[in-house]
Design a protein around this ligand. Sequence first.
Ligand SMILES: Cc1cc2nc3c(=O)[nH]c(=O)nc-3n(C[C@H](O)[C@H](O)[C@H](O)COP(=O)(O)O)c2cc1C
Length: 302
Amino acid sequence: MKRLGTSLGTYVLSSPLIAAAGTVGSIVEFADVIDFSLYGAATTKSVAPEPWPGREPPRIAPGEMGMLNSIGIQNTGIDVWAESMATELAGIPTKVWGSVVAHDIEGFGEVARRMADVGVSAIEVNLSCPNLDGTPFALDPLLSRDVVRCVRDAVSLPIGAKLSSDAEPITAVASAVQGAGADWVVVANTVMAARIDPVTRRPVLSGLIGGYSGAPIRPITLRSVLQVARDLPDLPIVGCGGVSQAGHVVEYLLAGAAAVAIGSAHFKTPRVARKITRDLERYIRRHELSGVAELIGAYEPW
Ligand SMILES: Cc1cc2nc3c(=O)[nH]c(=O)nc-3n(C[C@H](O)[C@H](O)[C@H](O)COP(=O)(O)O)c2cc1C
């Protein structure tokens, strides 16, 4: 349906829905369950230059409201990824964004180059994983700039930079990555958080601090989207955080996002995009809109 079409600058999407990194596995392993043609793009789990084992268990803790994770980006590394995806990518019925991660700046460029060779449609630079040792790149505008510049030099594909609502101010990081050549920003990754079990007195995650996702982070992430949209009106935004219904997608579009990623909702309802798409189409008809693009940044100020 054309009225769901949107774009991130000149990069055209058939739907504003994006499958968020790490919540649909390698994409290939979910292709029998999830109809990826309902998404404008699907993002791979982040891939590093070499295999990473991830953190020790426990590394997932469902809460009363959202979930905490400290997976630590367990992944096979780019060699295995490239070999397994080379033949599979063409069968995915939407654009595939390759999510890159590394411990050092050069590593991001190396993985991006290899993913481009395999044929991904765009590169998502994961600057914001809260589960690695040290401070996430996304909290530092200069480091974030250097990473994106390295990826920009490595590939000619469109680049999205995945930021963190923990950055203060997030607009400084958004501005830095835009200057370094990012075509859009993904706002945002999980929010850094922790819990301790009062019975065992142990942190619920072995890594102590992890990433919080799901419904409770939606207002936080929405605040970040509003700030980036206000300060950098020319920088396209993918909103990401706590989306499980069409109304949430509309909320992000109104705040200034041009596309909206669905993450943790896939764990409870893998086919969640089907109902969201139907309800979005209904919303467009009911409000007599020409399409979702009409909603971008169109909230009514008081
Ligand atoms: C179990 C899990 C694994 C994740 N893995 C990745 C990852 O590999 N790369 C990445 O950029 N984000 C990763 N994320 C973050 C999500 O892509 C998304 O940004 C975040 O969960 C917020 O969206 P949500 O509230 O809709 O889940 C992961 C999130 C979860 C819950």
